[in-house]
Each structure stands twice: as structure tokens, then as C-alpha cells.
Design a protein around this ligand. Structure first.
Ligand SMILES: *Cc1c(COP(=O)(O)O)cnc(C)c1O
Length: 462
């Protein structure tokens, strides 16, 4: 991976020692499969998929060291040694004092939301995330977007599109009162904005502002190492700072964190809530017993906690993070060369196709991103997902669709699972669909569940 000469090719910094065969079924079979799935890529069977870019969540390849760790699972109900290894890794790499393990990120979001949010509260955040916002709402809160406006413009090249507009935040505090704002919810490498980073400078300014009003910051640290990589690349003064230190610094500017370890931390299942406030920790520890399991496993097996502890150390390795984000950049740059409208700059965990621009003949009510994801699957068996009007759900009060400015298809790259050759196949398939875009027709809801509708909705062609 290390290339001193910028003109030379780079390669994945690992050797493959076990393979999982994948197969492409025929075009007729793919047409049948997507129809069966109600044109929702979440409802396809994995066997019907050739290259699976649905999500980077829990889909990464573990290392030989992590698998060795799995063999050292201590499956004691209470006080498993793997829990203490995990706790130590979180304290060392992220710097938070207290750890409550959970089975995945949304369980941590559930606990922190129930503990801190009261009916009628406002929770400002740098763009919403589906599960995060839902748990805030279920706890009686209202999510308020305080991200900079540039984040809503897919063509804006701002290097830190996850930055908070501090004026928006201060106006909200003045309007509602600091006592109505239990915390500010800050994600690193913001998923819904296209995997875009927040700068250290902005985070420091946010810390100063929240200190003034005595409002805590809860950090959605799902992709903190990827954010740190962009800080190292783009922010003055960090060129030579190790990723490990940047990650630690980011965390030190916040008061607690929820983590979906299925992303950055390179495991197939797991998560945690990390806190610095002892009282709050004790409440969370008590609550996890009700919903997840005892506070020393919280829904994870001992072996999973061991793999996670090791995954945390690997996630901040310089070669790893450079190759991980580098592979995403490679795919993005190929698509840009082909003239495909994508969210700029290319994000950390996926490339986001601008469906509004690719399918201008479809109105947002015809669900362009959903239709584009289905068309891409039919072309090549590549599975992607919708991030547009379907994901945005309905307005809690009016029941109308939320119409987000961004109508995107996400090509999410699992970590260490695919090679550059897979990226080439994906790029060529996107190009083929793009050339044939006039023939992509719109979709309408056929079945719509109440919560997080993008997962289980079914659609029909219009
Ligand atoms: C995946 C994700 C979550 C939710 O975590 P799960 O492990 O899927 O429950 C929360 N926030 C962000 C930014 C995520 O990407």
C-alpha cells in the first residue's frame, strides 16, 4: 500500500486467505427477482446478488487476528474477560471513561435517547440519521437540522460538509431555551450527506458554544476513523498527525458516544454506548439490562466483543484507512470520468449517485432513487440502496412525505471485502444504466410499514 511515488499504482494492504464464491444469475432471473422483491433491494435474497453494495454495515471482512480473537471468547454470563478487553480498547483509542456494550448502534441510541430526552425537547444534529432520529422522536424529541447549507447541495465541493452552522444552533438555543435541548447530536463522516466529514476547527468551535450554554455533545462515532482520515488529508496542521491521535482528539471534544461497530470497527455485529458522566453511565448500565443483556455483554457474545476490541485497533491503522477510503475514491473518480452525476466530494464509505439529475424525467413522487437502484440491480446484479424520499419517511404531524433535497442511490463499499476489479465492474454497470436512463420508469408505494419504511416497503411500476 505504501507508495512513495504518487504516479505508481497502489494495492489493497492485505492478502486474501479465504474466499466466498459469488455468482451472477441471468438477466431474466434478475428481472424476476427484483419484481418478487417489490423493487426494494432490501428484500432481495443475498444469493440473487453479485456485488453487494447495499451497506457497509456488518459486511466487512474480519482479519486473521480478529478470527483468532473469536476463538478466545469467554462466554461467561457475567464479567467476561472480553468485555474488559473491549472496555480497555475504547478507553485507549476513544478516550471515553465508561462503556455499555449493546448489540448494535441503534440500541445505544435507544438508551441515550430515553435517558436524556424529555417530551417537547429539541435535538439539534448535523443532518439526521434514520435510526438516530427515530429514537429521538420516540423519546418525545424533535430533531432539528443544524448542518451547513452546503451539505444539502450535492455539487458543492466544500471539504467539510458535515460542519455545523453555529448560527443556526445558537438561534435554536435562544428560541427554545437551553433547557429544552438535552444534547447536540454530532455524527462524524455524515452518512446521509454522502459520507462527509466535520472539521476539527468546527468541532472545537461547537464545543466552545455548547460549553457556554452547558449543553453536552453526543457523538455518533460510527465512522470516526474515516472522518479522521479526511481531517488528515484536508485540514491544515493535521498532515502529520497519526489517525489514532486525530480520532482520540475528536472524541475528547464530546461527552459521550453511540457506536455501530459494524462499520468502522470491522465486525459483523456489535455496538456500544460510551460516556464520561458517571451518574448517566449508571443509569445506562441499569437500562441495558432491561433491553439488551447484562452490562458486561449487552447483547454480544464474548467472542464478538473480542473481535470488536481488535477491530478498533485495526480501524485506525494508517495503511488500512488509506486503502479503505482510497477504494471508495477510486470508484468515485471513475464515475466522475464517465460523466455520471455523483455527490461531491466523494465520501468515505460510499459513492452516492444523484438520482434527481440522472432521472430528470421522474418527479420525486415517482421515487427516482428507488427506481435507479432497481435498474442497476437488473443490469448487473449490483445491489445498492435508496437514500431519498423513501428513506426520509413522513412528517410526524402532517403525514405527508418528507421531500429531502438529496435524492440519492448509495453504492456502499464493505471494508476489505472487494477488490479494485469489482469496482471496475460496478462503474461500467452504472455507466450502462446511465446511457439507457430514459427507459427507467418510476415507482409507487404498494405497501408501506410504519417505521423506517425504506427497509420493508414494496413498490410497483407506474
Ligand atoms: C448504521 C448507523 C447507525 C445505526 O447502527 P446499527 O448498528 O445499524 O443499529 C447509526 N448511525 C449511523 C451514522 C449509522 O451509519
Amino acid at each position: 500500500m505504501t507508495t512513495e511515488n504518487k504516479n505508481r499504482s497502489w494495492a489493497e494492504p492485505y492478502r486474501i486467505k479465504m474466499v466466498e464464491p459469488v455468482k451472477m444469475i441471468s438477466r431474466e432471473e434478475r428481472e424476476e427477482a427484483i419484481k418478487e422483491a417489490g423493487y426494494n433491494t432490501f428484500l432481495l435474497r443475498s444469493d440473487e446478488v453479485y456485488i453487494d453494495l447495499l451497506t457497509d454495515s456488518g459486511t466487512s471482512a474480519m482479519s486473521d487476528r480478529q478470527w483468532a480473537g473469536m476463538m478466545m471468547g469467554d462466554e461467561a454470563y457475567a464479567g467476561s474477560r472480553n468485555f474488559y478487553n473491549l472496555e480497555e480498547a475504547i478507553q485507549e483509542y476513544y478516550g471515553y471513561d465508561y462503556v455499555v456494550p449493546t448489540h448494535q448502534g441503534r440500541a445505544a441510541e435507544h438508551i441515550i435517547s430515553q435517558l436524556l430526552i424529555k417530551e417537547g425537547d429539541y435535538v439539534p444534529g448535523n443532518m439526521y440519521f434514520t435510526t438516530t432520529k427515530l429514537h429521538q422522536e420516540l423519546a418525545g424529541g424533535t430533531f432539528t437540522d443544524i448542518i451547513i447549507d452546503e451539505a444539502h447541495d450535492p455539487e458543492n465541493e466544500h471539504p467539510f460538509k458535515a460542519n455545523v452552522n453555529l448560527e443556526k444552533l445558537e438561534n435554536l438555543i435562544k428560541e427554545k431555551g437551553a433547557d429544552r435541548i438535552p444534547y447536540v447530536s454530532i455524527a462524524t463522516s455524515v452518512n446521509m450527506a454522502g459520507g462527509q466529514p466535520i472539521s476539527m476547527k468546527n468541532l472545537k468551535a461547537l464545543r466552545a458554544l455548547t460549553n457556554k450554554y452547558d449543553i453536552p455533545i453526543i457523538h455518533d462515532m460510527t465512522r470516526v476513523a474515516e472522518n479522521a482520515y479526511f481531517i488528515k488529508q484536508r485540514e491544515e496542521g493535521y498532515e502529520d498527525v497519526p489517525i489514532k491521535e486525530i480520532v482520540h482528539k475528536i472524541c475528547s471534544l464530546t461527552d459521550g458516544a453511540t457506536m455501530s461497530a459494524k462499520k468502522d470497527a470491522l465486525v459483523n455485529i456489535g455496538g456500544f454506548l460510551a460516556l464520561n458522566d458517571k451518574k448517566l453511565y449508571e443509569q445506562a448500565q441499569n437500562m441495558v439490562v432491561v433491553y439488551e443483556g447484562l452490562h458486561t455483554y449487552g447483547g454480544m457474545a464474548g467472542r464478538d466483543m473480542e473481535a470488536l476490541a481488535i477491530g478498533i485497533t485495526e480501524s485506525v491503522d494508517e495503511d488500512h484507512i488509506r486503502a479503505r477510503v482510497g477504494q471508495v475514491q477510486y470508484l468515485g473518480e471513475r464515475l466522475i470520468e464517465m460523466g455520471i452525476p455523483v455527490v461531491r466530494p466523494i465520501g468515505s464509505h460510499g459513492v452516492f449517485l444523484n438520482a434527481k439529475k440522472i432521472l430528470p424525467h421522474l418527479s420525486q413522487d415517482e421515487l427516482p432513487a428507488q427506481a435507479l437502484a432497481a435498474a442497476l440491480y437488473v443490469d448487473s446484479g449490483v445491489r445498492s440502496m435508496e437514500r431519498g424520499v423513501v428513506s426520509a419517511g413522513r412528517n410526524q404531524e402532517t403525514g405527508e412525505h418528507n421531500y429531502p433535497a438529496l435524492e440519492l442511490v448509495r453504492l456502499t463499499i464493505p471494508r476489505r471485502a472487494y477488490t479494485q476489479a469489482h469496482m471496475d465492474v460496478v462503474a461500467e454497470s452504472v455507466e450502462a444504466v446511465y446511457k439507457n436512463r430514459e427507459n427507467v420508469s418510476g415507482l409507487a408505494f404498494d405497501y408501506e410499514p410504519e417505521y423506517l419504511r425504506f427497509f420493508q416497503s414494496r413498490f410497483k411500476k407506474v
